[in-house]
Write a protein that binds this ligand. Structure first.
Ligand SMILES: [Zn+2]
Length: 231
């Protein structure tokens, strides 16, 4: 059962282990979780609400939602500034971010069995949908203003389509591409406002969420951890 996770994501840990690691890091960084506001840049998909267990350890109410579909930080500079202005006085912020990918019990990438459903459904539906939109296409598909978040997701994957579709596991590659885009955008958003930040500490935890069938604990593969102090 679930042999596919260590094959595809050898460094993945269960969410409760991630929680332990973050609490250990907080001790090392001299951070108090109860004086820390949290934000996420994960896909809107409700399977990612497994992270809401972190409400028990961080200052509430949380999280501030920076992400839209796929996990790209669609809240942008305005959303980041709003979030950081809500941080407890002399406190800290934690931002957890990344794309997600389902792995079903029988090892299918991009599929999970959700609670109260028979059978499997796509996960991340945004990335799966974007791939089907750009496969065999010579031009970037026209975007619909009623679906502007997905249009941005498609743009990101379109520019990397050669490496995505030449991979043995295109969805896994697309997830890596999405991770890089989310990480880069968050980094650039923070750089854009860093001159305005003071009396603030920010802990960043980036990685890939690996969603499992509903009755199994979800996993997270850490890609980047960063700690920034703005005196
Ligand atoms: Zn998704």
């Amino acid at each position: 059962m679930y042999n596919a996770i260590p094959i595809h994501f050898p460094n993945a840990i269960i969410i409760s282990e991630l929680e332990d690691q973050i609490l250990d890091d907080f001790k090392d960084c001299g951070l108090d979780p109860e004086n820390t506001l949290w934000a996420t840049s994960f896909c809107s998909d409700e399977v990612n609400n497994v992270f809401h267990q972190f409400n028990d350890i961080f200052a509430g109410p949380g999280p501030f939602i920076l992400g839209g579909i796929s996990g790209l930080p669609f809240a942008g500079i305005t959303g980041m500034k709003a979030f950081l202005s809500h941080v407890p006085t002399h406190g800290a912020a934690i931002i957890m971010y990344g794309p997600h990918i389902g792995v079903s019990r029988d090892g299918q990438l991009g599929q999970v069995n959700r609670h109260h459903q028979f059978g499997l459904s796509t996960c991340c539906g945004s990335l799966v949908g974007a791939l089907s939109n750009i496969e065999h296409k010579e031009e970037l598909p026209t975007s619909n203003p009623l679906d502007y978040q997905q249009a941005r997701v498609i743009q990101h994957l379109y520019h990397k389509r050669k490496e995505i579709f030449s991979d043995s596991y295109p969805l896994k590659k697309a997830t890596d591409v999405a991770y890089d885009a989310i990480h880069l955008k968050l980094t650039r958003i923070l750089e854009a406002i860093e001159n305005e930040l003071t009396d603030l500490k920010i802990y960043l935890m980036g990685g890939v969420v690996i969603n499992t069938d509903w009755d199994i604990e979800n996993y997270f593969e850490i890609r980047n951890m960063d700690f920034r102090v703005y005196p």
